[in-house]
Design a protein. Sequence first.
Length: 527
Amino acid sequence: MYTCGPTVYRDAHIGNLRSYLMADWIRRTLELNGLDVVHIKNITDVGHMRQEVLEQGGDKVIAAARAEGKTPAQIAEFYTERFLNDEKKLNIIPAQEFPKATDHVPEMLEITERLVERGLAYEIGGNVYYEVGKFDGYGRLSGNIADADLLEAVRVEADPLKRDPRDFTLWKAAEEGRELKWPSIWGEGFPGWHIECSAMSIKYLGSRFDIHTGGVDNIFPHHEGEIAQSEGYAGEQVVNIWTHGQHLLADGVKMAKSMGNSFILSDIEAQGIDPLAFRYLCLTAQYDRRLNFTFTSLKAAQRALLRLRNMVWQWNMLANGDTANAEAIEQWQRRFESMVNDNLNMPGALALTWELVHSDLSPATKLQLLSDYDRVLGLSLNSVVEQYRVPNEVADEISHRSEHRGQQDYARADSIRADLSDSGFIVQDGGVATFVRPKTEWEMRQERWHTYSSEAEVAPFIGEANRVDISVGIVACNYQGDVQRCVNSALHWLGDRDAEVVVVDNGSVDGTDEWWKRLLHKMIAYE
């Protein structure tokens, strides 16, 4: 399996990460079926993102390096590590190889030279172009068959040297002063947008392999170009199955940097939310359907994941000495395998998981089944017991509390429970046992501040009488010093007027949120 990896000039946004989660679930499902999977995921450190950028010689890795005062290699290395770390947080199984484009220019040149030899490509002025009209299968993946459709999909054209506007670049002559360039028989230059994936997939998987994955944005023209190159080079079909993940929308709109909704994983973590809550959220929609991301839906996923972990935690406490029901396990395993094998039906698999949770099976049976399911789901449910482990002194306090409860000294028992809560632990009394675990960062943050993600979560006051004469609204996100000056200025000029200041903190992570808390406590104490 080959997966189109990131272009490492900035962080991958969560829309990109959704397509990598899809590839991970494909791999896990294949392995569940007993198959050995060789997975290759490339790293694009020569950053051509669109055809017109390539034609103009633009390179986003170089642009990012100039903007940050670093070398292209430093930028690529920095964001590669960031990407790998994001995948680790999402529990994505690492590919066996992460080949870098800059390490495989000789292979790209080999393919390009053979395409020229076979009459599928031509050279003009040091540039080499693939001649689309010479490849009969061009357009079959995307359905862009007619010439008019293909022309419509061509972006701003900046290269008059082409024989046909549909032709795409395999090799581009380096402009004066370009940093990333390599020697070739046509002079110094750099590779085209599509050629790197042909070179690396064929090198590591051979001229025929099973699955190629990517996002729907890759279908045209990137994967169309890749098919033309690879099959033109190999002389036969190279990829058996193409699989593409649909868009992740943000509040109903496609994610884009220009829209300001291009969220990255650290934006989620800044809210105290576990990255695996995003993995859980992506489980709720079929990979080939659009998923609308909101922080409201993400918080719902966080709560659901926490409930699931709590059940695993309690079953582990209750399952001692239990024997799992082998017949039930076989039946439930077959149901799960049937679900994920049906076009990777992860929403169905998740629904089956909750059906299992609410079933009357024994804790030991549920634990074994959930452990098997999590081989595909990838929610790290098998590590819950370790995550929830408490220090010995906390366990001793629970023992003391149980003694007080046995003596009906409930006041002392409640005091111990309150002290443990203040220290960051949750105590739950079950029917036959008391459970204690550390609070998650999400739970502690929610205790400090309740967060809202949409107006639907706030009670409306439209139609009610005004309570004050003047309302001042402030929306803040970081920049604590500026926020303080703004608030203090509003309070100063309002003076003794009948007024209120309403502040919306839009996810500050620089201490501004804690400043609000201190200010609020100060004003309450003053009143």
